[in-house]
Write a protein that binds this ligand. Structure first.
Ligand SMILES: [Zn+2]
Length: 246
């Protein structure tokens, strides 16, 4: 799974901002574009920048989703961090006067939102399924479960039960060791799969913790539960774990 931080896609003049998370995340809400597409998505970074510019001009606040996943094209199954783990969701507040059962107002404060971009009549690819599962906290719902809306579309909505019940799969399942290299680039190795980040994403650690999978720090060999447990290591240490540092 490729994870793109907002620092990697946003422009310095239009950064994603917003209030810090207001409560613990207990549920995950799925969204879609709902506008149809004339062509498959090919550049998720451009999609995020366009969305951010549109939100700032039309609504006056940053693009509301926590994460975006393209479900087609060259970036199929990638995860784009938008508001991420640290900025409060702004995509599914629910109804103040007539809240849906189980979703007291304001649902943004305790949910995580993921929007899927691509053909809204398509099935989720295996890569997208793995990406959604890696981001899920608690049960996955559709936006229509929270308030009156067609979102996340009939085809996507019908696939939610399987995501809540199937055994998680994907290379994130195999994550065994994690480390930072030189304090800047992070090398996250998953049973032979190597990923490079500008920072260790907490969501990948969350995913391992939630699945009760042992995740060890390369430098200390200790269990990793949070980003601060990950220590900087040198190339030799990474090599010692049997991976090519690239
Ligand atoms: Zn929605």
């Amino acid at each position: 799974m490729t994870f793109v931080t907002r620092q990697e896609w946003q422009t310095s003049s239009q950064p994603v901002t917003g209030p810090a998370r207001k409560a613990a995340t207990t549920r995950t809400i799925l969204h879609y574009e709902g506008t149809g597409r004339s062509a498959p998505i090919s550049d998720g970074a451009a999609w995020c920048r366009n969305g951010q510019a549109s939100y700032l001009s039309s609504r006056g606040y940053s693009l509301g989703y926590n994460f975006m996943i393209p479900n087609e094209g060259p970036q199929n199954g990638w995860v784009y961090q938008i508001r991420g783990e640290d900025i409060n969701n702004a995509a599914n507040k629910g109804s103040k006067d007539n809240p849906r059962p189980g979703f007291p107002y304001n649902a943004n404060d305790y949910t995580r939102s993921i929007t899927i971009v691509g053909n809204e009549k398509a099935q989720f690819t295996p890569e997208t399924q793995a990406a959604i599962r890696s981001l899920m906290i608690g049960t996955l719902y559709g936006h229509r479960d929270v308030q009156a809306t067609s979102c996340c579309g009939d085809t996507y909505y019908a696939q939610i039960p399987a995501l809540n019940t199937d055994t998680p799969t994907g290379d994130d399942e195999k994550m065994l060791w994690i480390g930072k290299k030189s304090g800047t680039n992070s090398h996250h190795t998953a049973d032979g799969v190597q990923r490079t980040y500008t920072a260790v994403p907490q969501i990948l650690i969350d995913s391992a913790v939630r699945s009760n999978r042992p995740l060890k720090d390369m430098g200390t060999g200790r269990d990793v539960k949070k980003v601060s447990d990950v220590t900087s290591v040198d190339s030799a240490t990474i090599d010692a774990h049997g991976f090519d540092v690239g």
